[in-house]
Design a protein around this ligand. Structure first.
Ligand code: PLP
Length: 233
């Protein structure tokens, strides 16, 4: 039987191998377990095997799990689309947000982040493959948006996140990840404290790590295929 703990070992090994072959140190790459649609019990099982960082896409589902697992020292990342009326609960309950792509949302998160908590870590989501109707700011907008968000209180801009156009073609995966890495490096000229590249999912962690990912977001390879009650997201 394949267990969640076995899957974690396999994914961790794949990350280690990719780091070695890319000549990178293994502690440069963090595994974010994407736990949307998974039960609190499954998260607990993965935590028992050593996983600390969890990523969620749907707010209400996430809040239920955060409450249920509040005794565990977990670090929560919000990685889904953000509507304005959801910002307060995100600001109050998460440590990271990877999906900020406009100033209005960042301003609300800054205003609503409770003062007793450390700054909320922010990644700017970039529509790196310039797809129509896809979340993320454009490459051209990114540096200015970082500049504006950097001035807001209670937020710490950490870097960039992207979900490239889905493709099986390795060279296309590499190009998209390389483009995001180049954009981060351009932005670091002006904002040297940026240190995060959130890119790579179950199917493409190896090219993502080769191109400089510091956080890989992995769901299926840890928990198995997702089964959605109604509509897929
Ligand atoms: C669901 C999701 C993932 C994980 O995808 P898998 O293919 O299951 O690894 C990663 N990032 C984001 C933003 C997601 O929504």
């Amino acid at each position: 039987m394949i267990s969640i703990a076995n899957n974690l070992t396999q994914v961790s090994t794949a990350i280690t191998d990719a780091c070695l072959s890319a000549n990178r140190s293994i502690d440069e790459v963090q595994l974010l377990a994407v736990s949307k649609t998974r039960t609190a019990a499954q998260l607990r099982e993965l935590h028992c095997a050593g996983q600390v960082h969890f990523g969620e896409n749907y707010l209400q589902e996430a809040l239920d799990k955060i409450a249920e697992l509040s005794q565990l020292p977990l670090i929560w990342h919000f990685i889904g689309p953000i509507q304005s009326n959801k910002t307060r609960a995100i600001a109050e309950n998460f440590n990271w947000v990877h999906s900020v792509d406009r100033l209005k949302i960042a301003k609300r998160l800054a205003e609503q982040r409770p003062g007793h908590l450390p700054p909320l870590n922010i990644c700017i989501q970039v529509n790196i493959s310039a797809e129509a109707n896809k979340a993320g700011c454009s490459i051209e907008e990114t540096a200015a948006l970082i500049g504006q968000i950097s001035q807001l209180p209670q937020l710490k801009v950490r870097g960039l996140m992207a979900i490239p156009r889905a493709t099986q073609v390795t060279v296309e995966q590499q190009q998209a990840f390389a483009a995001l890495a180049q954009l981060l490096s351009d932005c670091q000229q002006q904002y040297p404290s940026l240190d995060t590249l959130s890119m790579g999912m179950s199917a493409d962690i190896v090219p993502a790590i080769e191109q400089g990912a510091t956080i890989v977001r992995v769901g299926t390879a840890l928990f198995g295929p997702r089964i959605y009650p109604n509509t897929p997201a």
